[in-house]
Each structure stands twice: as structure tokens, then as C-alpha cells.
Design a protein around this ligand. Structure first.
Ligand code: NAD
Length: 470
């Protein structure tokens, strides 16, 4: 994988309004309403991914040193499978759904029509540059929309391949890519869209939401947070350590669902740490840095941010701590945190660092997790006691949750994915993606003729006898 992929040029700012006007004209031509046209675009997207599979792997290697295995499992093949399933189900998704109603409304055979919204904007983040742009796009296409895609400029090579796939394979009058940094995105956000799907951090999420509000545009905000792992006295701690290690290894922790910190009972602490260390050695038998399976931090800014967290923590480093600036390499670093105000517990880490605290009582663990963040994107619970798992689920909130594993509720392309509160709003994927980019239009087809006699009760003058008929 030695080929170097050049970043795409920034889109000229003055072209942005014209591009959106072109897409809107296409939408208004009703071309995108045809289910056949949507299927054709989905098939083309599949071929775009298929034909460019080597470039997808090469781009993710260049941007993040992601192994081909990880690249295809979470971006390339993942998306192709999602498209295959959508193509199989789209005829059902688009069906007009009859609604059960009261007697008067029933006469009008009420239905819900699944209608496209119009022209939508999809802004992606750098960590899964294909999945986070083309994943929402899949739902937008299935629902019959036109779309503008703004990939993250941080994963530059991936940006180039996303651009190539969209411009070379999809209908250019219905889909466009805008590349660039803040000026381009700001110009984009000044335009009117019918929905915006933004994936990234909460600070920019607020900028996107404020810009959208000016046009009354609804948003899907896919944000992050500090995801807790609650390990109880009833946990299989070896299993927990192994599965936490896997969750943390993915993309070197640059995952919105990454297990951010752990809460461990004192009786399990030593076993948890020793099993994590042993698992890590088993994952990378020839050394972590030497392994082609372990990614790197995306850029110097993020490398220095994470390195600084390791260097300034008041906690005790139990595992790892090694960094290498020349490669933007950071090893798995597990830190026993004693001070709740440690920076490691204050912001999303988005890297391979994992603080933990020792707490014995389940209620104390719940209270601690809720204090750190009461609406993380993910919550992980390790216990062999189902009642205990339900007890914790019933006293916490999070975008999604997995019991006895990490990442898994977010791994399937069939399950809805989204946050709550600080971790975002709205969800998508599969039918949930189709619904997220559809308008559910309640439609009644009222009967005429003799039915007018039944409706007579609604017309003035409002005699008491007419009210009695309702
Ligand atoms: P990023 O730096 O790639 O930025 C995300 C997008 O925001 C990019 O397209 C970028 O161009 C745009 N952007 C940046 N500044 C902007 C501005 N001032 N105005 C308008 N747009 C702007 O990625 P990031 O934000 O660092 O991503 C990491 C965050 O994303 C983490 O918090 C992570 O948890 C979250 N995330 C969430 C999900 C999810 O599905 N919930 C998935 C991946 C990442």
C-alpha cells in the first residue's frame, strides 16, 4: 500500500450556492421520487465501493494506519452489506402504511406516505470517513433525496476517495461533494437544507444546530461523550478485560463508541489489569508498534492532545504510556485515577487511553457514571446477573448500551444508531435511516357523495343535536 493519495482541492466557495440550486432543481423535477431511480443509485454506490475497495483500504492506511481488516470490516464491506440489505427492503420501506383511526377518520382511509424531504446535507467526521458519510447517504438515497456530502478534511486521503466515488458513480445533478475546512462548511451552513446530518464533536454540533435553526431545518446530530464501562462484583472480569481491550484497540480508541473509562470493584482490580495487559500482548505478539494491526492517531494536534493527557494526569499509569511522535503512535495506556477532576475524566479521550476508578457498590458506580456524564453515547455493563444489568440500565441514560461487551450495539448496520442529550439527537441506519430522511405525510382521501350527509354534523349552525353525533 505505497501509493500516496492526494487530498482533493477545496470547493470554490462561490460554487456552493449554485451546486445546491442545481440539486434543488433536480429534486423539484421529481426524478428522485422514482423507486427505480433510487435503487439504481444504490447499486451504483455499491459498485463505487466495490471497484474502489483497494483505494478505500489505501486511504484509511494513509490517514490512520488502519489495517485492511479494520478498514473493510467497518467501512468498505460494512457499507456494501448495508446497501445490499437496503436494496432488498426498499420496496417495503416505501409502502404507504394504512393507519387505524376512529370511525370518522377511517372513512377517509388514512395512510402515512413516506416522502422524501428534499436536499439534505451530510457532514462527516474523520474517524470512519466512509461509513459516516456514505452510511447516512444510503438512507437519504433510499428515501428519495438529493444530498450534499461534506467529508472531514482531517482524513485527507479518504476525503479524496469519498469524492471520487460520489462524483464518478452517482447522478451528478442529485449528489455533490463539498470539500474544504471552516469557510466552505460555514458557506454550506448558510444555505437552506431540508435536513442536516452532522457527525462530530458537540462544539461544532452546536454551530450546526444554530445554523440549521435559521432555516427551521431539522438535524440529526451524531456526537460523542465519555462512555463508561461498569464492571460489577458479579462480572466475568477476564471476559470484561478482553472485550474492553478489543473496544479500545479499534482505530486506536478514535471511536465515538470507545469504552472511555472503567469503574471496577476493588476485588476485581488486579485481575482486570493483569488480564488487560496479557490480552494486549496476545493481540500484538510481536509488539504493538511493530504491528500492522494497530492504527495511529490521525494528526499532530490530536496526538499532542492525547499525549498531554497522559503526561499531566495525576493518576497512576498501570499499563502502557509509550508514545512516538514521529509515527503519531500511542500505546494502550491504562491509568488508575484518584482525582475525579483529572482531565482524563472531563473530556472525551478519543484515543487509546483508559482511566479507571475503583468503586465497590453498584449504586455508587451508577451515581459516579451519571455525574461524569448523564447522557454518554454508549454505556457498557459487565455482570453475569441479568437483574443487575437491568437495574443499571434502569438508572442510567445513554445513546445505546451493550451488556457484557463493548461497541457491539453500534456494530451492526441493521440497528438504529444515535445519541441522547449531550451525545446527540436522532438516529439512522437501515430502515431507521430511511425514516430519518423521510417525511411521514399523513394523508386522508375523503369520500364525497352520500358521505356528505354524515359530515353534515360538522357544519354550522352548531345545533346541540349535531354535537351529540360525535
Ligand atoms: P472532525 O474534526 O472531522 O469534524 C467533524 C466535521 O465538522 C468535519 O467535517 C469538519 O469539517 C466539520 N467542522 C469542523 N469545524 C467546523 C466549524 N467551525 N463549522 C462547521 N463545520 C465544522 O471531527 P471531530 O469533531 O473531532 O470528531 C470527533 C467527535 O465526533 C468525537 O466527539 C466523536 O465522539 C464524535 N463522533 C460521533 C459519532 C457518532 O456517530 N455519534 C461518530 C464518529 C465521531
Amino acid at each position: 500500500m505505497s501509493k500516496t493519495i492526494s487530498p482533493p482541492p477545496a470547493t470554490p466557495i462561490n460554487e456552493i450556492p449554485t451546486t445546491i440550486a442545481r440539486l434543488r432543481t433536480t429534486f423539484q423535477s421529481h426524478r428522485t421520487r422514482s423507486v427505480e431511480w433510487r435503487k439504481q443509485q444504490l447499486r451504483k454506490l455499491w459498485w463505487g465501493l466495490h471497484d474502489n475497495e483497494n483505494d478505500i483500504s489505501a486511504a484509511l492506511w494513509q490517514d490512520l494506519k488502519k489495517s485492511e481488516h479494520e478498514a473493510l470490516q467497518s467501512d468498505g464491506i460494512w457499507l456494501k452489506n448495508a446497501i445490499i440489505d437496503a436494496l432488498g427492503d426498499i420496496d417495503n420501506w416505501v409502502k404507504e402504511v394504512p393507519v387505524t383511526a376512529d370511525l370518522l377518520a377511517k372513512a377517509g382511509s388514512p395512510t402515512i406516505r413516506k416522502e422524501p424531504l428534499g436536499v439534505v446535507l451530510i457532514i462527516g467526521a474523520y474517524n470512519y470517513p466512509f461509513q459516516l458519510t456514505l452510511g447516512p447517504l444510503l438512507g437519504a438515497i433510499a428515501a428519495g433525496n438529493c444530498a450534499v456530502i461534506k467529508p472531514s478534511e482531517i482524513s485527507q486521503a479518504s476525503c479524496a476517495i469519498v469524492t471520487k466515488i460520489i462524483t464518478e458513480y452517482l447522478d451528478p445533478d442529485a449528489f455533490a461533494v463539498v470539500n474544504g475546512v471552516i469557510p466552505e462548511t460555514t458557506k454550506l451552513l448558510e444555505q437552506k437544507f431540508d435536513k442536516i446530518c452532522y457527525t462530530g464533536n458537540g462544539v461544532v454540533g452546536r454551530i450546526v444546530a444554530a445554523a440549521a435553526a435559521k432555516h427551521l431545518t431539522p438535524t440529526i446530530l451524531e456526537l460523542g461523550g465519555l462512555n463508561p464501562v461498569i464492571i460489577t462484583k458479579n462480572a466475568d472480569v477476564k471476559l470484561a478485560a478482553r472485550r474492553v481491550c478489543w473496544g479500545k484497540s479499534l482505530n486506536a480508541g478514535q471511536v465515538c463508541l470507545s469504552p472511555d473509562y472503567a469503574i471496577v470493584p476493588a476485588s476485581k482490580e488486579n485481575e482486570f489489569i493483569s488480564t488487560m495487559a496479557a490480552t494486549w500482548r496476545k493481540f500484538y505478539p510481536n509488539g504493538v508498534q511493530a504491528s500492522a494491526d494497530y492504527p495511529r492517531i490521525v494528526n499532530d494536534r490530536h496526538f499532542n492532545r492525547i499525549k498531554n493527557l497522559i503526561e499531566t494526569t495525576s493518576g497512576e499509569i498501570k499499563i502502557g504510556g509509550q508514545t512516538d511522535e514521529s509515527e503519531k503512535y500511542i500505546d494502550l495506556t491504562v491509568v488508575k485515577v484518584k482525582d475525579e477532576n483529572d482531565a482524563l475524566m472531563k473530556e472525551e479521550i478519543f484515543g487509546p487511553v483508559m482511566p479507571y476508578v475503583v468503586i465497590d457498590d453498584v449504586d455508587d458506580a451508577i451515581e459516579f457514571a451519571n455525574r461524569v456524564s448523564d447522557t454518554p453515547l454508549a454505556l457498557y455493563i459487565f455482570t453475569t446477573d441479568k437483574k443487575e444489568a437491568n437495574y443499571i440500565l434502569g438508572r442510567t441514560r445513554s445513546g445505546g448500551a451493550t451488556v457484557n461487551d463493548t461497541i457491539w450495539h453500534g456494530a451492526s448496520h441493521k440497528l438504529p444508531f444515535g445519541g441522547v442529550g449531550e451525545s446527540g439527537m436522532g438516529s439512522y441506519r437501515d430502515k431507521f435511516g430511511f425514516d430519518a430522511f423521510s417525511h411521514h405525510r399523513t394523508t386522508v382521501r375523503q369520500a364525497g357523495g352520500w358521505f356528505e350527509m354524515v359530515l353534515d354534523a360538522r357544519y354550522p349552525p352548531y345545533l346541540p343535536s349535531k354535537l351529540a353525533q360525535y
